[in-house]
Design a protein around this ligand. Structure first.
Ligand code: GDP
Length: 362
């Protein structure tokens, strides 16, 4: 650590964008997340891919290893992508952060055979209302009859490998999806034709089964974040942590714990925190910060390892007394050197906002 003043701009840092995966049931959200996790584990040096609580961090060097020629790591200064492990628009809408959704960007998964379905349209509505930048993963390209797969390949070379008939068949399905997006008011095109991802939605053909197109998907997500979200990703890394509760869970040896996604600042083991509860904000002291232990190290020990400090963006389990009434979707704030009453007020204000949103959505 340097001895620089903790309030100096040198502490400003870029955090990892938080990514949510949405789409109709069975279109492949879970498989896509598994495929991304799988590729990241294979490509990552030991320790490079970090399985967080409730989220998976894919650092830039791993994305660059997966994407090969598609990514020049020098073009990026965001540290990577943090995928929320629970897909679907329920988790997307209930997971809020101050002033918006917890997820900064999203992947909308559409099955190329099935096209737009009710939950696809619902997801589009939600993305539009929350003004969340997103791309469309046109999934299951390997199911086009006659498809000749090359596992984990970028889309261009594998597309060129296919026969004219197979390519034509895929094109037809992709243009159907682009047409459906247009019917819903979104101008979209195949991602390599898109110049301005703010104006046009990029469609990335992928297979969550074979991994084809996954390099492209990660590259486009990284590019989209870098170009359009960089300012929003600027945080004070040393500041008091702010996060959202993913889940409230009983954990052997730790009592009731909360799994949180931290989207700003840091949280430490000696912090006092304020957590949104079912009746009122809970003020408590962090007892332990827990991360999943790498699989290889699990013998008879705890599934978790304790860490002293976590920086945003990250998923972490917090053990602390009095968490029984904590609420999924509620805010978590570190008090640190601020007045406790102010922090309680902030949490109360955020809880009130969540209540209004829930009423509006019925
Ligand atoms: P979710 O409900 O959106 O999370 O969908 P799942 O990931 O559970 O996938 C639904 C089904 O589609 C499962 O049987 C998957 O194995 C299958 N599936 C998902 N992606 C692909 C793909 O790219 N190719 C093929 N052939 N099957 C897929």
């Amino acid at each position: 650590m340097s001895d620089s003043d903790t309030d100096s701009p040198e502490n400003a840092s870029l955090r990892t964008p938080i990514v949510a995966v949405l789409g109709h049931v069975d279109h492949g959200k879970t498989s896509l997340l598994d495929q991304i996790r799988g590729s990241a584990v294979i490509e990552g040096e030991a320790g490079a891919i970090t399985q967080h609580i409730g989220a998976t961090a894919v650092p830039l060097d791993v994305i660059s290893a997966i994407a090969g020629d598609l990514v020049d790591p020098d073009d990026f200064d965001l540290p990577g992508l943090l995928f929320i492990d629970t897909p679907g628009h329920h988790s997307f809408t209930t997971l809020r952060s101050r002033g918006g959704n917890l997820a900064d960007i999203a992947i909308l998964v559409v099955d190329v055979n099935d096209g737009f379905q009710p939950q696809t349209i619902e997801a589009l509505d939600i993305l539009q209302r929350s003004q969340t930048p997103f791309i469309v993963a046109a999934n299951k390209i390997d199911t086009v009859p006659g498809w000749n797969p090359t596992d984990d390949a970028p889309i261009k070379p594998t597309y060129d490998e296919q026969s004219d008939r197979v390519r034509g068949d895929l094109d037809e399905r992709l243009y159907e999806i682009i047409g459906e997006l247009s019917d819903e008011g979104f101008s979209a095109d195949l991602y390599w034709r898109v110049q301005h991802f703010q104006r046009n939605i990029g469609v990335v053909p992928v297979s969550a089964m074979t991994g084809e197109g996954v390099p492209d998907l990660l590259t486009v997500m990284m590019g989209l974040s870098q170009r359009y979200m960089k300012e929003e990703m600027e945080i004070d890394v040393a500041g008091p942590g702010v996060g959202t509760v993913l889940e409230v869970k009983e954990e052997k040896g730790f009592g009731t714990t909360v799994d949180i996604v931290l989207y700003d600042g840091t949280i430490r083991t000696d912090d006092t925190i304020v957590v949104g509860g079912t009746t009122e904000p809970i003020v408590t002291d962090v007892r332990a910060l827990l991360q999943p232990r790498p699989l290889a190290e699990i013998r008879t020990e705890s599934r978790f390892e304790q860490v002293e400090q976590v920086d945003a963006a990250a998923g972490i389990k917090v053990a602390a007394p009095d968490l029984d009434d904590a609420m999924a979707g509620a805010p978590v704030r570190v008090v640190r050197d601020r007045a406790l009453d102010d922090v309680i007020e902030e949490v109360e204000a955020e809880l009130a906002e969540i209540a209004v949103d829930t009423d509006e959505q019925g």
